[in-house]
Design a protein around this ligand. Structure first.
Ligand code: NAD
Ligand code: GLY
Length: 350
């Protein structure tokens, strides 16, 4: 088993990575939360695959259990399903000494984490990621959220899990398209600060548990320094600023990771046009994204994406922080005005 400790200012916890870890969920929940009662929250695709194993492990550790199965898809990160989850916990008489487990991808993790953050002002939660994207990114660092019809992640909280348990065996059932989407976030870490990982990805000489550990270490280091996203953590938004606009425009028909890929390609093209990134580096990033079967183009116009960007919470006080690649392994945070953001957007589509 691989283990990374996240020293977030609000909570210190372990991220355990390896095969067969779901069988240790009960023990992990007991030792990290002290809970006696635990709810497993999972999506409709994940529960039939891994729900029984999760519940069995919890029961074997002496915990009282229950479960709630939710529809799959981004639409579940909604006020409706947030309400459903809170109501479920209340009806099951959960108290602040109990715990919830998010078993699934980023959708389940974000929704369950936000419900855990707010139910009775906060109960313990454990992340058990089953997608590559959740393993390398969303399950770690404590960003929890739901969407509003007006925009993605518009309601949320910073709320750290007590434990992240990533059973890498679960990735074996992940559809190929979802695996590729996860690689968009892996490539993000490589472009941000890890040329060694970048080259390993190029050679396809990667072992998933090792890659997950590497990415989690990068994220843990950033979260330890800037838990609440006021400085260095903004770097993790590489590819997300324009990517979110593409994602919202597509009405979630494109996967989150796919839009991060498009957004990463756009910011690389724009940085190159602005003379800040060499053509060779731009081409290397675009080729790597394509090698993992990820999209690098969008048909949306600059006007359409700009309108969507204006609704994004990333604009505050009229300014937006763009994450600009300067080389493979080095990115800068660049605050820009609304007008400048439009220029960058146009340059990213060219
Ligand atoms: P997802 O949660 O929608 O899961 C992808 C799909 O795969 C779903 O249909 C799910 O049912 C299925 N699935 C999950 N695990 C499976 C498995 N092991 N076998 C078979 N099928 C499986 O998507 P995602 O890519 O994991 O997460 C995307 C979400 O994460 C977005 O809402 C995004 O905003 C959020 N996110 C959050 C953060 C954060 O820091 N909180 C970071 C990145 C992304
Ligand atoms: N995925 C961005 C962050 O965790 O900050």
């Amino acid at each position: 088993m691989r283990c990374v400790t996240v020293n977030a200012p609000s909570q210190r916890y372990e991220v355990r990575i390896g095969p067969g870890l779901l069988g240790t969920l009960g023990e992990g929940v007991r030792e990290s939360t002290g809970a006696k009662k635990c709810a497993v929250i999972a999506g409709e695709n994940v529960f039939p695959l891994y729900g029984a194993a999760a519940l069995e492990s919890l029961r074997s550790a002496g915990l009282e259990t229950c479960s709630l199965v939710l529809p799959a898809g981004e639409e579940t990160k909604s006020l409706r399903h947030y309400g459903e989850l809170l109501t479920f916990l209340a009806e099951k008489r959960f108290t602040r000494t109990d715990c919830v487990v998010a078993l699934g991808g980023g959708v389940t993790g974000d929704l369950t984490g936000f419900a855990a953050a707010t139910y009775q002002r906060g109960i313990a939660f454990v992340q058990a990621p089953t997608t590559l994207l959740a393993a390398v990114d969303s399950s770690v660092g404590g960003k929890t959220a739901i969407d509003l019809p007006q925009g993605k992640n518009q309601v949320g909280a910073f709320y750290q899990p007590s434990l992240v348990l990533c059973d890498t065996d679960a990735l074996s059932t992940l559809p190929r398209r979802e695996l590729s989407a996860g690689f968009a976030e892996v490539i993000k870490y490589a472009v941000l600060g890890d040329p060694v990982l970048f080259n390993a990805l190029r050679d396809k000489s990667v072992d998933l548990p090792a890659v997950i550990e590497t990415c989690v270490k990068h994220k843990a280091a950033i979260v330890a320094e800037d838990e609440r996203d006021t400085g260095k953590r903004r770097l993790l938004n590489l590819g997300h600023t324009f990517g979110h606009a593409v994602e919202s425009r597509s009405a979630y028909t494109l996967l989150h990771g796919e839009t991060v890929s498009v957004g990463t390609a756009m910011i690389c093209r724009a940085a190159c046009r602005m003379g800040l990134l060499k053509e060779a580096d731009r081409d290397a990033v675009l080729s790597l994204l394509r090698a993992y079967e990820l999209p690098t183009e969008t048909d949306y116009s600059a006007g359409e994406l700009y309108d969507t960007l204006l609704l994004d919470k990333k604009f505050s006080g009229g300014r937006l922080h763009l994450i600009v690649p300067r080389a493979v392994g080095h990115c800068d945070i660049l605050p820009v005005s609304q007008e400048e953001a439009r220029t960058w957007l146009e340059a990213g589509l060219a």
